[in-house]
Design a protein around this ligand. Structure first.
Ligand code: GLC
Length: 410
């Protein structure tokens, strides 16, 4: 996986010893104008939709206009229910959602759960791409339990890995799944949010993703006029990807989202699913550390990582790539891209994996949360009870330091 390899490099360029020389944003090119769609042309060629395609009359409508800025603020403090429904089958990654979790999360002071979902493992591969009813019922159960506890819910499409490799071939299936999801939930309260795709990347380039965004919005809006859409950029859904995202202007009920895992060599140190060069553990936040850290051999083979560690070990906090200013600079870019997008922003994922020491994780999480809040972003921590867990399922208790980082005591 080449996941996010360029991101730390960018950060290094931005932050190591370069005062005020942050990379200029890409030129503000005007977006392609959206071709108006014919209003009602139900042609027989439309064989790709599920057979139970609703009549346009079934479209849900809001009682009053929905303000996405209010909707974004409402998300407040959130947590991702990661490693459950986005595993190939729930339980395969060690986590099965329990009813008790929703009470725990609400009682701890969270407002929102984001539910990553691998729909693609539960839908036919051929038209009409029907989603398995028992899986839909499981998602219903999650939404209902969250609502019962007063939590907002963001459901997404997570780990549709095939579409990142063959976007053209998977477009019909992607849209057909969204038609079914939107149809099923169109009458739900407006504190259900729909996020079309988690972290588009690889061959689903920014250009291709922007085109697909138009199509998925049209597909959802044919049946659902209510729910706020949450849309992130390509290139793994980070801040850089956000800068290239375009959302059609006539879609007014949408929020932009981005994920934040910087510096990746800190948040993903030793993570099993990233490349070996990220394997140096003992990276602390904030740097510089008291004792110099020697990178592992795989890290020494990658020039930018060698440089990163040199700076990590030696640079004062202000210029350190693993210090506070490296983070605030990035978040300031997010603010800019949000303004350019003309949408409110939601920090939909951030977190540091459990291979980092707990004190550094708490320091980092506290700082990112505070800086996000200063910039007006609601946020959702990655994640509840697995490798980044704010909740320790074995000990059956919260990781207090992380919980306080996310839900400060007032
Ligand atoms: C993304 C991935 C998820 C991973 C997380 C942290 O959301 O989809 O699987 O655990 O980032 O790396």
């Amino acid at each position: 996986m080449n996941r996010k390899r360029w991101l730390p490099l960018l950060l290094l360029v931005l932050c190591v010893g370069c005062q005020g020389t942050a990379q200029a944003p890409a030129a503000d090119t005007p977006g392609p104008t959206r071709t108006p769609e014919p209003t009602v042309t139900p042609l027989p060629t439309d064989t790709l939709q599920p057979t139970d395609t609703p009549e346009p009359a079934d479209r849900s409508e809001p009682d009053a206009p929905i303000d996405p800025y209010v909707q974004a603020e409402r998300l407040g403090r959130g947590v991702n229910l990661g490693n459950a429904l986005e595993a190939p089958r729930e339980g395969e990654w060690g986590l099965v959602l329990q009813e008790s979790y929703f009470a725990l999360i609400a009682d701890a002071g969270f407002d929102t759960v984001r539910v990553p979902i691998r729909w693609s493992s539960h839908a036919l591969n051929e038209p009409p791409y029907t989603i398995d009813e028992s899986f839909l019922a499981r998602v219903d159960w999650v939404i209902e339990n969250a609502f019962e506890r007063g939590l907002n819910v963001v459901i997404n499409m997570h780990h549709y890995d095939e579409i990142f490799q063959e976007p053209g071939e998977h477009e019909e299936r992607f849209l057909a799944m969204w038609r079914q999801i939107a149809t099923r939930y169109r009458h739900m309260p407006d504190n259900l949010y729909l996020e079309p795709l988690n972290e588009p990347h690889d061959r689903l380039t920014p250009e291709r993703w922007n085109k697909l965004v138009v199509k998925v919005i049209d597909t959802i809006r044919e049946v659902d006029g209510v729910h706020t859409l949450v849309i992130g950029g390509a290139e793994w859904g980070g801040i850089q990807g956000l800068s290239k995202l375009k959302i059609p202007e006539d879609e007014t009920n949408a929020i932009g989202t981005f994920h934040f895992y910087e510096p990746f060599l800190f948040t993903h140190q030793g993570a099993e699913w990233v490349e070996d060069e990220y394997g140096t553990t003992g990276v602390r936040w904030p740097a510089p550390p008291e004792t110099e850290l020697t990178p592992i051999p795989a890290a020494l083979e990658v020039p930018w990582i060698v440089q990163w560690f040199e700076a990590y070990n030696t640079q004062p906090a202000r210029y350190n790539p693993c210090g506070p200013q490296a983070i605030t600079k990035e978040l300031d870019w997010a603010v800019r891209w949000g303004e350019k997008l003309g949408r409110p922003l939601w920090l939909g994922e951030f977190g540091a994996y459990s291979k980092a020491d707990m004190q550094s994780r708490v320091n980092w999480t506290t700082f990112v949360r505070e800086e996000a809040a200063k910039r007006g972003f609601s946020y959702a921590y990655w994640e509840f009870g697995a490798g980044f867990g704010v909740y320790d399922r074995e000990a059956k208790g919260w990781n207090e330091g992380l919980l306080r980082a996310l839900v400060p005591q007032e």
